[in-house]
Design a binder for this molecule. Structure first.
Ligand code: ZN
Length: 278
């Protein structure tokens, strides 16, 4: 699946708090603006409004970022009859990221707006390690079921969003990986390039063995030494373990570490987002 890369334009707002009071980011809260551009953006930049969001996705698929993810936006501070298992009794703004969608009350997202928010969700959940489920991706109505019950409203495509996020082969920003005259796709996660284990090893003409029980990939000759659990996998090349990741039951490996362990030279072209394995 080829993902379109959308761009994020940073804009300012005075409506935020620096930092997150030490809380970890747990979830995305989706909203609709119940107003249109450009007024809906300028309202969130108005100090009198005392509202904001980390992101605003417009009907034309433009993504504005008003608040850094490490800072606290004023998205959903008032909690009223919540229905959210991760609510800890304190202001959810400190442990959520908020995405506003330009739409009038009851309106559906446009197609390009949906693609943009899907891309943004993918980027965020891969960055923060959030599962694509209804506990970690919620609507404002889950925090205030009384006054915000139509936010983001009945037309918000929850099922499609969850399905598309789970189907995603590659989270985050896509990159190309060149090996000789072959080219495969990869993605960036926490500043590392990853590729699908089988696609990469085939392109590098190496044999790998997947051991599901140990969640490990073996590249022979190898000495198995230890194992990790959960969503991580080990890649053994010789006796040196490399940590990869499992996403939707597919194994992804860090490209540079794997190629360098096999004695290959790796270069990164930041501008073109291309990894070359010589
Ligand atoms: Zn809202």
């Amino acid at each position: 699946m080829v993902l379109t890369n959308f761009e994020i334009e940073k804009v300012n707002t005075p409506n935020f708090i620096k930092g997150r009071k030490g809380k970890k980011i747990l979830a995305i809260v989706n909203h609709i603006t119940a107003g249109l551009m450009p007024g809906t953006l300028s309202w969130m930049q108005n100090p009198a409004a005392k509202v904001s969001a980390h992101y605003l996705v417009t009907k034309t698929g433009k993504i504005y970022q008003l608040v850094d993810e490490e800072d606290t936006a004023f998205g959903a501070g008032i909690v009223n009859k919540p229905d959210w298992i991760l609510y800890d009794g304190t202001n959810p703004n400190f442990y959520t990221l908020s995405i506003e969608h330009e739409a009038l009350a009851g309106e559906a997202l446009t197609d390009i707006q949906y693609q943009a928010t899907l891309w943004l969700h993918r980027k965020i959940i891969s960055q923060w390690g959030m599962p694509a489920d209804h506990n970690h991706i919620i609507g404002h109505y889950r925090l205030d079921s009384v006054n915000r019950k139509n936010d983001p409203g009945p037309q918000f495509p929850w099922d499609k969003l969850m399905t598309d996020l789970k189907d995603a082969d590659m989270p985050g920003q896509t990159i190309n990986i060149k090996i000789g005259d072959q080219e495969i796709e990869g993605f960036i996660l926490k500043n590392k390039a990853y590729a699908h284990a089988r696609a990469l090893s085939e392109a590098m003409s190496i044999d790998i063995k997947w051991d599901g029980e140990r969640q490990s990939i073996f590249i022979y000759p190898t000495n198995f030494t230890s194992m990790e659990s959960d969503d991580k996998i080990n890649i053994y090349i010789g006796s040196k373990p490399i940590t990869g990741i499992l996403i939707n039951d597919k194994a992804y490996v860090p490209v540079r570490e794997m190629a360098e362990s096999l004695g290959r030279k790796v270069t990164w072209d930041d501008e073109g987002k291309i990894v070359t394995i010589a």
